[in-house]
Design a protein around this ligand. Sequence first.
Ligand code: PEP
Length: 259
Amino acid sequence: ASGRTPLMAGNWKMNLDHLAGTHLVQKLDWTLRDGKHDFAAVEVAVLPPFTDIRSVQTLIDGDRLQLKHGAQDLSAHDSGAYTGEVSGAFLAKLGCTYVVVGHSERREHHAEDDDVVNSKVQAAYRHGLTPIFCVGEPLEVRQAGTHVEHVLAQVEAGLAGVPAEQARSIVVAYEPVWAIGTGEVATPEDAQEVCAAVRTKFAELYSGDVADGIRVLYGGSVKSGNVAAIMGQEDVDGALVGGASIDPAEFAAICRYRD
Ligand code: PEP
């Protein structure tokens, strides 16, 4: 919407090893190119597990594919005694454009609070990665009707100390927790309400110019059958797609929502 290039990003979660991952990338690319997909008009990114990234990078670079790639998480630290963690510096060296930060599954299963998420947003910027910064309310907050306040508090906390020059490139993903992996999609109006509120928050925190430029994605049970209605909303600039992104035909159809 409004001159912003839509982004369709596929979060594979902990699915597809590097062999299956490279197969998926090839099939996705063939399907998109077969349909004459205009990658400049709708950007497409894959977000594989860490262990797949080198293989995916080699394929994308070697065949000059127009797909972008990124990671699902990064360490808040740059290097050192953090066993099991992966630095943004390493991801940058593997050609990653994007890194997901603050996914609800990280917040829930790995106790990532807003401070950790903020440190990771800052770490992403230190290494030239674009955060796909996830926010969203659990069911009980939605039922209490305080979802907008909840999400805006997450936005403000996640961006603490991030200057406008960095914030202007961010991708925010509004993902209501009750819609992730449940098959229960938010209505287009629900998505628009929160995505518009996020944009207004950026205008308050930074400027109207920054707010107009940032991309706000919706995520939560997006499929080829519901994506067009969601993308029809003024403040929705793409989708973060989980389950449907590991089926190349389905994800390609999502990317081609305009057809
Ligand atoms: C996600 O993992 O970010 C997501 C939105 O998952 P799903 O599309 O499966 O709901």
